[in-house]
Design a protein around this ligand. Structure first.
Ligand SMILES: [Cu+2]
Length: 119
């Protein structure tokens, strides 16, 4: 588990893990999001995790777009035909919509909701 968590850190600073004892309790929650024309093919509309988990979204898209996780105020860009990995710790509990931003605005409503349940 700890090796997977270390691998999940964006900057690859394993020494930091020793300073974050709570991280050892976190579970990695990995989901694949495959977008076609800005929409998801086959992912349930709600993804449930527990506060403190590390959310890992493996992204694929046939068009260039930006995803925006409301509430967390995080965003991630994907280039057409590329794959990307977006991960972050689920530090806030609640229900948060993930939306596509196209041409500076919002797309066709939420792709899915991320539900973060309290520990
Ligand atoms: Cu948005």
């Amino acid at each position: 588990m700890s090796i997977r968590l270390i691998g999940g850190f964006l900057l690859g600073l394993p020494a930091l893990c020793g300073l974050l004892p709570d991280a050892s309790l976190a579970a990695e929650q990995r989901f694949t999001l495959s977008l076609q024309n800005g929409r998801l093919a086959d992912v349930p509309p709600t993804q449930r995790v527990v506060e403190g988990d590390e959310v890992v979204w493996e992204l694929m898209s046939d068009t260039s777009l930006e995803l925006h996780l409301h509430g967390y105020e995080l965003s991630h860009s994907i280039a057409a035909g590329a794959t990307a990995v977006w991960h972050f710790p689920a530090i806030h509990s609640g229900r948060f919509p993930l939306e596509v931003h196209e041409h500076g605005g919002h797309g066709h409503g939420p792709l899915l909701y991320l539900e973060v349940h309290p520990e």
